[in-house]
Design a protein around this ligand. Sequence first.
Ligand code: NAD
Ligand code: FES
Length: 291
Amino acid sequence: MFRILEAKELTTNIIQMVVEAPRVAHSCLPGQFLIVRVDPDGERIPLTICDYDREKGTVEIVVQAVGAESYKLSTLKAGDSFTDVVGPLGKPSELCEMSEEELKKKKIVFIAGGVGTAPVYPQAKWLKERGVDCDVIIGARTKDLVILEDRFKQVSNLIVTTDDGSYGRTGNVTVCLQDLWNEGNKYDLCIAIGPMIMMKFVCKLTKELNIPTVVSMNPIMVDGTGMCGACRLTVGGEVKFACVDGPEFDGHLVDFDQAMNRMKLYKTEEGRLYLEAKEGDTHHGGCGHCN
Ligand code: NAD
Ligand code: FES
């Protein structure tokens, strides 16, 4: 069992938890994720890691209650436990492989959309710990939905933008990025994490601006180990599985329209059967949903 040490609501339906998971905390790196199960009969829920403390053996997660299972998760309190915490899963961020010298030469901008703000934090913190400055754009629909602002101020040059203009700059993250670019911020690398539709439009803009862009893909995941095929994507014309080949990919090569369409189809049995027939050997059947 994995004990929850802290649980608090950051804003409506978005919960932050600190969980005792020493093995994950000991080895996880920015960019990786974990899968939890609330109880022995529960579904596996993939969650991005917001922070970790190797000494205390804890990981921090941020959860948005959007479905039955994540709602159940969001009702847990400090003192409750998860049945399983599996991780770290996926590959660490490319940033972890770059030397400090390489990183310091780059002007890096993170684009953090909505709940996708949480997994940006460990990357910005990683850079700060190595003396590397970065800009972070947090985009939220309204002021109430801006999360982790104080934490980001400590590790980055933070720019907040809200769609309705209720806080910070006005407009979505692409408007903000274009404005910053026009104001003279010539970025060498963009890392975008948030809803798929946001990442699609960020990549459209950064392609025009010629900024290499990394995205963190979060399609539906079931096993998180490359077996079931739920998280199948096409990247640069090749089949990839977000859980083992990613979650980070070159955003200019990702087929976002296919990924978004596939997520919709994967939610129904008929859709999964269609995908199985269409994708053939590359579908990676075996998740138990297909047959
Ligand atoms: P949201 O819909 O409130 O969007 C957040 C911000 O993204 C907006 O304020 C806007 O600035 C920007 N955005 C959205 N659509 C855009 C568009 N078409 N063009 C330009 N910018 C756009 O986000 P939310 O409700 O907090 O996000 C929930 C989604 O985020 C879920 O689908 C969840 O799966 C996803 N998510 C992704 C990751 C990841 O690793 N990629 C992590 C956590 C959550
Ligand atoms: Fe990636 Fe199953 S979740 S293959």
